[in-house]
Design a protein around this ligand. Structure first.
Ligand SMILES: Nc1ncnc2c1ncn2[C@@H]1O[C@H](COP(=O)(O)OP(=O)(O)OP(=O)(O)O)[C@@H](O)[C@H]1O
Ligand SMILES: Nc1ncnc2c1ncn2[C@@H]1O[C@H](COP(=O)(O)OP(=O)(O)OP(=O)(O)O)[C@@H](O)[C@H]1O
Ligand SMILES: [Mg+2]
Ligand SMILES: [Mg+2]
Lengths: 227, 227
């Protein structure tokens, strides 16, 4: 589903160049949950940005569903982001002018799903993260953890094959965090693939494999503990 | 330094009323580090907002340095927020048009500290959270955890008597998180007071006391474990 071939990301140039990531090579298969851990600034969000076609590598290749992202048109990339890849961003990226329900329904509507159906699916996704009663709230009227769970619900809706979650439980208490990880695991057991960035070893333990980054480089790749 | 007397916060009214917090009564003495834990949506950020004069209670009283916040003019409240209380917000609130250094220096400059001195103090604060090399970066060019540490540095500068930290380590790896808690502890040992909202029991263990909230109510109040 996802492959990195010596992918690298460098910001700036010359004496100001910052190598945020790489070169990194990795593979994520169908149904696999891959966790990525590492210190602050080690390249985790950068890696997810490349995987999700939100950014391009400075060198090397990133392939999703076997296709090199650099070879896709802007239109094809947008379609991929809209349909195939779900994101939970580190800074959430909820639209403040939309309610929780509308935020979750939006990707479906953008992809042509009729409004009533999009809203129904969105409502079910909010119920799954225990937010059904808050569907009519705007993001500013929700707690930090409630906002995070809206972002999670939005990432899950639709027939996504790849879920990218950047520290999706940072603002959640441990019970709610385990609820979310259980859902991520269930999604993978049902065939989706996911890459989870986390600082929490207990959450990484839900994964099939854990990669460790430091200063943009892979320093370890090991199976997660057997649950 | 901080006292809540049956303080309550209700959003909306009538059938749409949401009791986010309270009634809550509590006291934080000089040099004390108080941790607050609880599930998502239990009222933690709401409590900090009242403590920091960013919001007003619907009922009850909040006193900082013995003064009822409701009795202070807008000017006096602004001065209190600028000088006496440091915040690390859950959504960080960094100004995107300012560099890390400028963000940290800003409260000092607004309070009349001369620019060179403000910048020197800000630089030292960034060094303390291991960000000295990134002082010239804008927030968008920093990782999530680096941004969080800029927010922490900003909260510490100046002669603040009360530090309010809303999940200040959510985006940090464990080593960096412990660094920050160590500094918060050192600030309290030097006489400041702090209220730390955290989901991490290991971080709460740095506190003198831990309060637990659930559905806006205090359900437990116990000494933290001895370190
Ligand atoms: N502006 C608002 N209008 C209505 N309800 C609100 C508003 N802000 C917060 N709430 C509600 O008040 C309750 C407490 O919110 P608060 O942000 O204090 O929770 P929290 O403990 O900080 O949660 P988290 O751990 O998720 O950050 C929640 O149920 C939330 O939905
Ligand atoms: N736009 C940018 N310009 C320059 N440097 C950047 C930019 N974005 C990120 N960086 C740098 O690249 C490195 C990796 O950033 P990245 O956001 O991937 O880290 P991270 O592992 O997600 O960290 P965190 O755990 O703090 O979120 C960091 O050193 C960061 O300062
Ligand atoms: Mg990151
Ligand atoms: Mg909160």
């Amino acid at each position: 589903i996802l492959r990195f071939e010596a992918a690298q990301r460098v910001y700036g140039s010359g004496e100001h160049a910052v190598t945020a990531l790489g070169p990194v090579s990795l593979t994520v298969g169908a149904g696999e949950l891959l966790a990525i851990m590492g210190p602050s600034g080690s390249g985790k969000s950068t890696l997810l940005g490349l995987a999700g076609a939100l950014d391009q590598p400075t060198a090397g290749r990133v392939l999703v569903q076997g296709r090199d992202l650099a070879a896709l048109s802007g239109h094809a990339l947008a379609a991929l982001r809209r349909r195939a890849v779900g994101y939970v961003f580190q800074d959430l990226n909820l639209l403040p002018g939309l309610t929780a329900l509308e935020n979750v329904a939006l990707p479906l509507e953008l992809d042509g799903v009729a409004l009533p159906e999009a809203r129904e699916v969105a409502r079910a996704a909010l119920e799954q993260v225990k937010l059904g009663g808050l569907a009519a709230r705007f993001p500013d009227d929700l707690s930090g953890g409630e906002q995070q769970r809206v972002a999670i619900a939005r990432a899950f809706v639709g027939p996504r094959v790849l879920l990218l979650a950047d520290e999706p439980t940072g603002a959640l208490d441990s019970v709610t965090g385990e609820l979310v990880l259980g859902q991520l695991r269930a999604a993978c057991d049902a065939g989706r693939s996911a890459v989870l960035v986390t600082h929490d070893a207990a959450h990484a333990a839900w994964a099939d494999r854990v990669l460790f980054l430091r200063d943009g480089r892979l320093v370890a790749d090991r199976p997660a503990a057997v649950r």
